[in-house]
Design a protein around this ligand. Structure first.
Ligand SMILES: *[C@@H]1O[C@H](CO)[C@@H](O)[C@H](O)[C@H]1NC(C)=O
Ligand SMILES: *[C@@H]1O[C@H](CO)[C@@H](O)[C@H](O)[C@H]1NC(C)=O
Ligand SMILES: *[C@@H]1O[C@H](CO)[C@@H](O)[C@H](O)[C@H]1NC(C)=O
Ligand SMILES: *[C@@H]1O[C@H](CO)[C@@H](O)[C@H](O)[C@H]1NC(C)=O
Ligand SMILES: CC(=O)N[C@H]1CO[C@H](CO)[C@@H](O)[C@@H]1O
Length: 518
């Protein structure tokens, strides 16, 4: 009996051991598989021969005449064909299409804003504070209240508090006993030894998070958009990003995406003083023609707008450096300031990067499930070496198969696995679709490009303001559906950009359903 039970115990032990070994094997296999899978994805898909020239040579492409060889000679009606043709156009260096760009009349009535150049300067904003004990702390992310000798405020002492706040740039920073006095104490939502890593980076899928390093000289950030009539969201963008972005490239056309004539409203507002608070950071880009074939196939216009924006814009910037950052957004995509500032101040992140954006319709009150994750930016070096200085290629996801990618990845010193600012549960920005008053939605309907079918602007009954108001009230869509929206509350985190909340009454139609009680 003794022997059998011992035998059984031995067998049990063996079984247990076997069980754990198998478990371990499965886990390590899964881990290896995941890593290998990512590697294969990146490496084996890049079967094109690398064609990178040194940045110095490539930079000639930027400062030379990048517009001279762009044209859209396609009149196919199929999006896939267009994309294929685009790819060939951009990848096949031997067959460059013929020149087709005409810049506006230099003696035109626009004060030649569209011909000016912009000289990028270094940003000397003091984003960091040296504490008395020698630590370097990110100002927005550091908890000054944890400083020793913090003055205690009484309720009727608000004046003194304000005064002290103004002086806080030189506040000494010593800490609670027991802690390393040369560390920064981070505010909630900030991380890293310098408190400069925001939650949207800390909780992102960036795989080089442990290698982040503060830069001595900040990068310059260039934010490029095409504008139609999204002027509320334009103010939002400028206020949200003014501290993080060095230059806004804003492109306006006197054609709608459908091909009709339209007034240069943004130019008018720029000239009448509406944007004086940010004018020094704006480079105005004027698209004065409609791409060939754009009426028959709207996707051509869609692509062309971004190509023109990038190529014209970049050709007019002086002093660009390879480590400057290019961020391309649609007018209704607003990145959160903290994420962009991080890109500016840190080294060690990889590219290209996307942004997880909170999705909403008609206003911030109709929140949609999940996030919109759009590839939005990269360094100038990558934009030139891999994307050939063409913004539309940046929006596509197949960068790893572009010529120049492998060589670029090698010189970058990182494995360039894509990542995104934010996460599915930490918004890195806002995407507010059709966020206009009913008149604005009407205008968007009739100016929409001809290709994203069904084109609701073609239906008389869908253009009626009463119909549009009803859609806004119910959160419905033009196809008759009414999706389910989770409840929202203006006080929840990342409900809407700060500028709107700070000007609640002026923009209440974007923050609360204006027809809910009608
Ligand atoms: C703020 O600084 C000014 C001058 O630098 C000084 O006169 C003033 O007393 C300071 N205020 C506080 C609350 O420390
Ligand atoms: C405090 O931090 C500094 C810099 O991070 C480090 O050099 C020093 O050794 C630390 N001191 C203690 C007591 O942990
Ligand atoms: C757009 O502007 C250009 C240059 O001023 C002009 O030649 C063209 O006719 C304009 N197009 C429309 C539709 O207004
Ligand atoms: C500029 O023009 C717009 C639209 O016509 C108008 O609403 C705005 O008040 C003007 N701004 C200034 C500063 O004149
Ligand atoms: C700058 C550049 O590449 N220019 C080329 C544009 O295309 C024409 C004709 O295809 C060439 O002759 C130019 O050299």
């Amino acid at each position: 009996m003794g022997r059998t039970s011992m035998c059984r115990m031995k067998i049990k032990k063996h079984k247990l051991f076997l069980f754990f070994s198998v478990g371990l094997c499965v886990v390590s296999f899964l881990y290896c598989y995941k890593t290998l899978h990512q590697e294969f994805l990146l490496r084996d898909l890049s079967h094109h021969k690398s064609s990178l020239k040194s940045l110095v040579i490539l930079s000639g492409f930027l400062w030379g005449d990048p517009l001279s060889n762009n044209s859209f000679l396609f009149n196919t009606n199929n999006r896939k064909d267009v994309e294929k043709a685009m790819r060939q156009k951009n990848y096949d260096e031997k067959k460059q299409p013929v020149a087709d760009f005409v810049m506006p009349d230099p003696t035109g009535p626009h004060g030649e804003l569209h011909k000016r150049t912009f000289s990028l300067q270094d940003d000397h904003t003091p984003h960091f504070i040296h504490t008395e004990m020698g630590a370097l702390c990110f100002r927005d992310g550091t908890d000054m209240a944890s400083s020793k000798g913090k003055p205690s405020y009484t309720k009727d002492n608000e004046d003194q508090k304000l005064k002290h706040k103004k002086n806080s740039t030189v506040v000494e920073h010593t800490l609670k006993p027991g802690r390393n006095v040369s560390e920064c104490v981070c505010r909630q939502g900030w991380h890293g030894p310098n408190c400069g890593v925001p939650t949207v980076i800390q909780h992102s899928n960036l795989h080089t998070k442990s290698h982040l390093k503060l830069r001595k000289v900040p990068r310059r950030i260039i934010n490029a958009i095409n504008i139609n009539h999204e002027f509320d969201l334009l103010h939002v963008r400028f206020h949200e990003l003014a501290d993080a972005v060095d230059l806004f490239l804003v492109c306006e056309s006197n054609f709608t995406a459908y091909g009709d004539s339209k007034p240069l409203t943004f130019l008018q507002l720029l000239l009448n003083g509406t944007f004086d608070y940010i004018k020094h950071k704006i480079l105005y880009i004027f698209l004065d023609h409609f791409p060939k074939g754009g009426r028959a196939n709207g996707w051509i216009v869609d692509d062309y707008l971004r190509t023109f924006l990038t190529k014209n814009g970049l050709s007019r910037i002086q002093g660009l450096r390879p480590d400057d950052v290019f961020v391309l957004n649609d007018a209704d995509e607003i990145p959160v300031k903290e994420g962009i500032l991080f890109l500016k101040l840190y080294d060690g992140w990889t590219e290209p990067f996307g942004i997880h954006m909170r999705k909403s319709l008609y206003g911030f009150y109709w929140r949609q499930m999940g996030t919109l994750d759009v590839i939005s930016g990269c360094t100038m070096a990558m934009l030139v070496s891999v994307y050939k200085g063409d913004g539309i290629l940046l929006r596509r996801r197949e960068y790893f198969s572009m010529p120049g990618f492998r060589q670029y990845e090698k010189t970058s010193g990182h494995v360039l696995i894509p990542w995104s600012i934010g996460s599915p549960v930490h918004y890195g920005g806002w995407h507010c679709s059709w966020c206009f008053k009913p008149e604005g939605i009407y205008y968007k309907l009739v100016s929409a490009q001809n290709g994203d079918f069904p084109r609701w602007g073609d239906f008389v009954e869908k253009r009626k303001l009463s119909y549009i108001r009803e859609l806004i009230r119910t959160g419905g869509w033009f196809d008759g559906s009414t999706p389910h929206y989770p409840p929202t509350n203006p006080s929840e985190h990342m409900f809407a950009p700060k500028y709107l909340l700070d000007n609640y009454e002026k923009y209440d139609y974007l923050l609360e359903n204006p027809y809910a009680k009608g």
